[in-house]
Ligand binder design. Structure first.
Ligand SMILES: [Zn+2]
Length: 109
């Protein structure tokens, strides 16, 4: 479960920014290509926030759809998972969205 390490880094960053103030909520953006399962991330969030200023905080997960551009046929298409193949069959694609994994906002106090 790689969500544990990822969530730990998110919570570490949140606690550092909170600087001792209680954290009420955290909003993260998670791209489809990160292979992060939202339910697993929530579970890990509850685990790693225990005993920190972020304990009991609400975790909002913003899911971002993946997208790619095919260099062979020029099509822009959406990616449901990490399989980088254009519908035309080409693997010469550039990922344009879906690798996001960032904290977009947090509420403290
Ligand atoms: Zn193509």
């Amino acid at each position: 479960m790689h969500e544990l390490g990822i969530t730990q880094s998110v919570v570490d960053a949140v606690c550092e920014r909170a600087d001792g103030r209680p954290v009420r909520s955290v909003r993260v953006q998670v791209g489809a290509l990160t292979a992060v399962v939202p339910e697993a991330m929530r579970f890990c969030f509850d685990l790693v926030t225990a005993g920190t200023v972020a304990e009991g905080a609400r975790l909002d997960i913003e899911h971002r759809t993946g997208g790619a551009h095919c260099r062979s046929c020029g099509t822009d298409f959406t990616l449901a998972d990490a399989i980088l193949l254009c519908p035309c069959g080409s693997a010469d694609v550039a990922v344009t969205a879906g690798r996001e994994l960032q904290i977009v906002s947090m509420e403290v106090g």
